[in-house]
Design a binder for this molecule. Structure first.
Ligand SMILES: [Cu+2]
Length: 163
């Protein structure tokens, strides 16, 4: 058996660390939100004025309804996410890059729980609520997703546009 080159080991450790960081660290500094989904804005204040409510339904067909949402930049949104299925689903906000990396991590560590301001884990028949302030404009082909193993690859994702 050939020894594994040390450089490859460093690469593996660095990759794992990057995944772990992407998945679960928050480094707030000087009041600027730098946690999950920071490229989409920041956690919303439930007491903000002019909150827009958007209802999203999750199904066992591995779909979000609607599968696309459009938001005005600067708007604080109350996302009311109902699980209409008979299995658990998640609603996680993020950029395509973040969500794809995170989905890969979830395949390896299916028991990973999400307790983050950009994420909801919703039991069957229940409804979860998440407040988010969309401070950055852009169009993300994947802006929210369910990252439970198999769900993301089955198409459980939605498009996000902020103008
Ligand atoms: Cu799901």
């Amino acid at each position: 058996m050939r020894p594994i080159p040390i450089a490859a080991l460093f690469f593996l450790v660095a990759t794992f660390q990057a995944l772990a960081d992407a998945a679960h660290t928050h480094k707030p500094k000087a009041g600027v939100y730098t946690g999950h989904a920071a490229d989409l804005g920041e956690p919303g204040d439930p007491k903000a004025r002019n909150i827009r409510t958007i209802e999203i339904v999750m199904t066992d067909q591995m779909r979000f309804q609607p599968a696309q949402i459009t938001i005005t930049r600067g708007q604080t949104v109350k996302l009311v996410v109902k699980n209409a299925g008979e299995t658990k689903h998640e609603f996680i906000l993020g950029t395509p890059d973040e969500l794809i990396k995170h989905a890969a991590a979830m395949e390896k560590f299916p028991e990973m729980e999400h307790d983050d301001p950009n994420a909801l884990s919703v039991e069957p028949g229940k409804t979860g609520t998440l407040y988010w302030k969309f401070t950055k404009s852009g169009v993300w082909e994947i802006g929210y997703a369910c990252l439970l193993p198999g769900h993301f690859t089955a198409g459980m994702k939605g498009k996000l546009a902020v103008y």
